[in-house]
Design a protein. Sequence first.
Length: 208
Amino acid sequence: MGDLFVIAAASGTGKTTLARALIERTPNLIRSVSHTTRPPRPGERDGVDYRFVANEVFEAMHRRGEFLEQAEVFGHQYGTSRLAVSSALAAGQDVALVIDWQGYRQLRAALPSTVGVFLLPPSRAELERRLRGRGQDTEEVVRHRLARAQGEITHWREFDYVVVNRDFDEALADLQAIVRARRLSRDAQASAQAALLRELRAEDRQSR
């Protein structure tokens, strides 16, 4: 059974870029591709960055209980496929999911073993610089995202780990360390090293 890792942060903190790098450099870790009703941003690809669906399609999926979690963010709906995540975990794959704190709460209720990581920006000024640097949003949208970020950051205590994205390589190394530590936990090793543990116990019994 694999583990589910949630990476959450305020908009502009760099969670998507860091998650992508983490997945690229970590064997047996895949990204869960969320469904969303928002339009694609420049360069985004359907089925890779998100699964872009119409409002009526999303609502129908929600009514059928197809989402592990769903939330509205900046007027658009986001949801995580129950089937996609459960199938990957059952196959022994670890899954990384980039969502907000609302979705994390829902996932933690459904899957208590979910590992939560919250990313913090190094400062408010840097967060504002990153948001403006996108060049995709109006001044009004940037102000709204900054105001919302202050509220989102107050939820950091609900997560298992907190990483400050001050330096990209350092933050990535922190995320890799979290995944590695989880894989070395007692419960994970009990499954991964089951054959070895049986062999060692058998040898111990024979020596008595």
